[in-house]
Design a protein around this ligand. Structure first.
Ligand code: CP
Length: 308
């Protein structure tokens, strides 16, 4: 079998991603029936985290346990990664001892370097560029909550807020799937040209559409899903006043903004959320919110991905 890493959804065809999502759906159904197959009996997963995590860490560790395997939590200061040992040597040593490596790295180059040197599959658990496991989970969640009779390629997905790593991945997978993807943000916080170029190329192949606009009301008018993410992350603390002023109140996902979308529209967030900042409590806890089902789907996604 050819070694495949999971660093970017762009490395996979639409059909491969759909096949993966179908496997995840089967794993979820098996979980519901208390019949998760122990397909990774005695296998080991090394989990490297350069940044904190709740969902990614717990979903990979629990997923590995439920499949009969074992996960090791490795963080900077406790392993030699990139300091007393080169990235390449760490990847080669881990490859001799474990069956899979999952890493959340500050820089995208780090996960790419790990994948280049490793001889076991490397899974990207978030970098400063993208978050591929999150968005595979998100497409599954959208399939589960799509309006009756509406196919995947007819879905309208609107992301409101900063051009984060999640926006990058979501824009790319949605356009690859042939969906209609809209990003609403002030011009300064819209995605760079290279990210757009990938999405535009995806649209040419899939028939999907990409709209990037500052007009948030127009952006949500036909939305089946409104998705938001944090307005600032670790290391951007100095920018908080400027960012808050740019986004608030126009780009906050509030009940008022949600009311501008169709009544069936669902609210999504990859979490963690800054409640009362990018989205209000009323939205996050409303019947239209699917954020906790979305979070649970991370567990099924990691299990499907590990088995795949
Ligand atoms: N959505 C997500 O990746 O959550 P964590 O940062 O908690 O892993």
């Amino acid at each position: 079998m050819r070694l495949r890493h999971f660093v970017d959804t762009q490395d996979f065809s639409k059909q491969e991603l759909l096949d993966l999502i179908e496997l995840i759906r089967i794993m979820k159904e098996a979980d519901r029936q208390g019949a998760t197959p122990r397909l990774l009996q005695d296998a080991s997963l090394a989990m490297i985290f350069e940044e904190p995590s709740t969902r990614t860490r717990v979903s990979f560790e629990v997923g590995m346990t439920e499949l009969g395997g074992h996960a090791l939590y490795l963080k900077p200061g406790e392993i030699h990664l990139g300091e007393r040992e080169s990235l390449s040597d760490t990847a080669k040593v881990l490859s001799r001892m474990v069956d899979v490596i999952m890493a959340r790295t500050l820089k995208h180059e780090t996960i790419v370097g790990l994948a280049e040197a490793a001889t076991v599959p490397v899974i990207n658990g978030l970098t400063d560029y993208n978050h591929p496991t999150q968005v595979v989970c998100d497409v599954l969640t959208m399939m589960e909550h799509a309006p009756q009779g509406k196919g995947l390629e007819e879905l309208n997905v609107t992301f409101v807020g900063d051009a984060t790593n999640v926006l990058s991945s979501l824009m790319h997978i949605c356009t690859q799937m042939g969906m209609n993807f809209t990003h609403a943000a002030p011009q300064k916080y819209q995605p760079p040209a290279e990210w757009r170029a990938i999405a535009e190329e995806n649209c040419r192949a899939s028939g999907g559409t990409l709209t990037i606009t500052a007009d948030v009301v127009a952006a949500v008018r036909e939305a089946d899903f409104i998705y938001t993410d944090l307005w600032w992350w670790v290391g951007q603390e100095d920018e908080i006043p400027e960012r808050r002023a740019a986004f608030m109140p126009t780009y906050q996902v509030s009940m008022d903004l949600l009311s501008k979308a169709p009544a069936h529209c669902k609210a999504m967030h990859c979490l963690p959320a800054s409640r009362g900042v990018e989205a209000t409590d009323e939205v996050l806890d409303s019947p239209q919110s699917i954020i906790f089902g979305q979070a649970e789907n991370r567990l099924h996604t990691e299990k499907g991905l590990l088995v795949w």
